[in-house]
Write a protein that binds this ligand. Structure first.
Ligand code: SF4
Ligand code: SF4
Length: 193
């Protein structure tokens, strides 16, 4: 988990410099990508999102919404807030793809990095196309790095399935440790019997 935090921190710094250097910005208040997308995430990422929902936000209706989204592969992401300009309910714990989408380059077919404007960016707040011949943050490189530090050989799955499975594990542990405020339905503590 500390490797994951270090990777996210590196991405934050690299994408911020990249976006400033190449005048890349999302439109104010935009979150359209999250409405049409379901992130693919690793087990470590799911653990972080699950722990954030359970121990920081303690939002059981949102947890239920994640569980009810199992099987939805198209979006909207269950963690997307339509009623807030900040949109993402788990912003500090959001997965890698959400940190990189629209804010980094891709590996082009010729082996060089390329940036293409997000297709939902009708306001044209970012350049349409840039070819690079210098080193810039590339989506695929971070994707490989993410998978290399995960268990289960970095296997990815859709966010609702991955997070729901991790929530089951975290809630079980919380009950074992008698953290009662993470137990909305008052399931008896197995240690107490
Ligand atoms: S990546 Fe595109 S759709 Fe997503 S917030 Fe930025 S401009 Fe909007
Ligand atoms: S986790 Fe947050 S940023 Fe990622 S798709 Fe869902 S709402 Fe959007």
């Amino acid at each position: 988990m500390s490797d994951l935090a270090a990777l996210y921190s590196e991405i934050e710094q690299k994408t911020s410099t990249f976006c400033t250097t190449y005048s890349i910005a999302c439109a104010q208040g935009c979150g359209t990508c999250c409405e049409h997308f379901m992130p693919d995430i690793t087990a470590s990422e799911a653990r972080l999102v699950g722990a954030y929902l359970l121990f920081i936000k303690k939002d059981f209706s949102l947890i239920e919404k994640v569980r009810q989204s199992i099987g939805n592969q198209e979006g909207p992401c269950p963690l997307y807030r339509f009623d807030s300009p900040f949109h993402c309910s788990v912003y500090p714990a959001r997965p890698l793809i959400c940190r990189l989408f629209g804010a980094c380059a891709y590996q082009g077919k010729n082996g060089f990095a390329v940036f293409r404007r997000c297709k939902y960016n009708e306001e044209k707040t970012m350049p349409e196309h840039i070819d690079f011949h210098s080193e810039v943050p590339v989506m695929q490189d971070y994707s490989y790095l993410l998978r290399s530090l995960d268990d289960q050989e970095g296997e990815v799955g859709f966010l609702p399935e991955k997070v729901a499975s991790m929530l089951d594990q975290l809630q079980f542990l919380a009950v074992m440790l008698d953290m009662d405020d993470t137990n909305p339905d008052d399931t008896p503590n197995p240690m107490a019997s």
